[in-house]
Ligand binder design. Structure first.
Ligand SMILES: *[C@@H]1O[C@H](CO)[C@@H](O)[C@H](O)[C@H]1NC(C)=O
Ligand SMILES: *[C@@H]1O[C@H](CO)[C@@H](O)[C@H](O)[C@H]1NC(C)=O
Ligand SMILES: *[C@@H]1O[C@H](CO)[C@@H](O)[C@H](O)[C@H]1NC(C)=O
Ligand SMILES: *[C@@H]1O[C@H](CO)[C@@H](O)[C@H](O)[C@H]1NC(C)=O
Ligand SMILES: [Zn+2]
Ligand SMILES: [Zn+2]
Length: 432
């Protein structure tokens, strides 16, 4: 608990980075990115099916705005991402191939755009109005959609019905009240989806979360091992599609993916399986067998994942070639891969999303100027102890100023006990 508190405070401090220019706080028109970036070294390899993947965005929809490296690498905002997606979709049509868009969850918690909501409102409700304008084909639920019942309910009532694609929660339910005020226990999204791509390929998609146990009351997370024994699961995977697309809020390297993978492989030894994972906030790639690829695409809108599949022949036994890339989420990368620069890059919708997000930042008072840190303090990129170390700053400068009660006992004080404390009660008294 104490360690967790310290981490929370350290993460908050990590946001205190140097900036010489107060204009960085001004959400008006800014040249993006602020620092010149080298464009990517080579074009993407397109295949028959191409996938753009995001995960663990945690509300980072206005891009990383600090000038210190590597923040400018991640400086694109969600409006620019929307333009990128649209331009890539246009290219897919030109090339006459499929392009799918997938998100693996954790839309909430981590940025003022989600967490800075006014009292009585719900975390992420406003920010997610912009997320749902991106034409995702498959989205899935993360643990940060499940800590607070109000958030899960908001996803169920407002987000899921208003997205174009499929919101999948194969092993997550919510309990609400039906019209007669009786409890109703239902999946937050759909358990699975079967759809046909523009080019006519059949896809069966699932959306699985790891065995999360910290979820709010009236939400249910079913362990993955139990999920794969469900009748609906067996029925969902029975017919063979051209591709199994397994989105999930689960690290690709270990965890429970092999359970889901093996359950499908037991029925379909050769069908291509793509896994798009997340939750551990890293870029990662794993290959479970020759006809499968697993990708995780980082965190905080720093990374846009790219995967393509090329079918070597139309026959079932024909080979599949996978290709993948992690794109730094900045405008230079987006412009390079779409072959459009400056005003030819932005779509009207993209510009509208950027304007809307800036207005939301203003509404939440996120442009309130607190002060300027004289330098950057780094948690992992500087040795401890050192002038640049955030840990040194915390231990030498911050901790002596903290009130111990405030730091370690953030809960309101309890009423004075009417009984003496148990330590004294346990002592045998001479009269009994
Ligand atoms: C940031 O971008 C530069 C090119 O502009 C690249 O060389 C570098 O690897 C990127 N850094 C990170 C951390 O991705
Ligand atoms: C959920 O929303 C209700 C009604 O708006 C509010 O009273 C309650 O405090 C909220 N719960 C949490 C955990 O935020
Ligand atoms: C859970 O739902 C039941 C009704 O189904 C309700 O009585 C109870 O208060 C709810 N609990 C929370 C924490 O929302
Ligand atoms: C989820 O909801 C479905 C539909 O109501 C129900 O059949 C299933 O038992 C629920 N699963 C869990 C783990 O609560
Ligand atoms: Zn996350
Ligand atoms: Zn997570």
């Amino acid at each position: 608990m104490v360690a967790q508190l310290l981490l929370t405070i350290l993460s908050a401090l990590a946001a205190v980075r140097g900036c010489d220019d107060n204009d960085a706080h001004n959400h008006g028109k800014r040249p993006t990115p602020l620092i010149p970036l080298t464009p990517p070294s080579r074009p993407l390899e397109w295949g028959d099916i191409n996938i753009i993947h995001t995960t663990d965005s945690h509300g980072w929809l206005l891009g990383h705005q600090k000038e210190s490296f590597p923040e400018p690498n991640y400086s694109a905002d969600f409006g620019e991402f929307a333009s990128f997606v649209q331009r890539m979709k246009d290219i897919a049509i030109e090339k006459d191939v499929d392009l799918l868009l997938v998100d693996s969850g954790d839309l909430h918690d981590g940025s003022g755009l989600t967490d800075g909501y006014p009292a009585g409102d719900v975390n992420g409700h406003d920010a997610n109005r912009f997320v749902r304008q991106i034409p995702y084909d498959v989205m899935t639920i993360g643990n940060h959609e499940l800590y607070n019942y109000n958030v899960t309910l908001d996803m169920y009532k407002n987000f899921v019905p208003n997205i174009k694609g499929h919101y999948l929660s194969s092993n997550v339910n919510i309990t609400t009240l039906d019209q007669e005020e009786n409890p109703l226990n239902v999946p937050v999204g759909k358990r699975f989806a079967k759809f046909t791509t523009r080019k006519g390929l059949d896809v069966t998609a699932l959306g699985v979360i790891f065995d999360f146990t910290g979820n709010a009351q009236n939400t249910t997370v079913q362990p993955v091992a139990d999920m794969i024994r469900e009748e609906w699961f067996a029925e969902a995977i029975e017919d063979e599609p051209d591709l199994f697309l397994l989105a999930g809020h689960m690290p690709v390297a270990k965890n429970k993916w092999p359970l889901v993978f093996d359950a499908i492989r037991a029925v379909h030894p050769l069908t291509p399986i793509v896994i798009l994972g997340g939750h551990d906030h890293i870029r990662d790639c794993v290959q479970l067998d020759e006809r499968s690829m697993s990708l995780a695409s980082g965190r905080y809108m720093e990374t846009v994942g790219w995967m393509s599949l090329k079918f070597d022949s139309c026959e079932l036994e024909g080979g599949v070639t996978f290709n993948r890339r992690y794109l730094d989420a900045n405008r230079v990368t987006y412009e390079y891969h779409t072959g459009r620069i400056s005003t030819a890059f932005d779509t009207r919708k993209g510009l509208r999303i950027t304007r809307g997000l800036k207005a939301l930042a203003k509404k939440f008072n996120l442009d309130f100027f607190l002060g300027t840190s004289p330098r950057d303090y780094l948690k992992f990129m500087a040795p401890y102890p050192s002038e640049d170390s955030l840990l040194s700053l915390f231990i030498e400068k911050v901790s002596p100023t903290l009130n111990r009660v405030l730091l370690f006992h953030p809960r309101p004080p309890r009423p004075a006990p009417s009984q003496p404390p148990s330590t004294t009660r346990a002592r045998p008294s001479p009269s009994s």
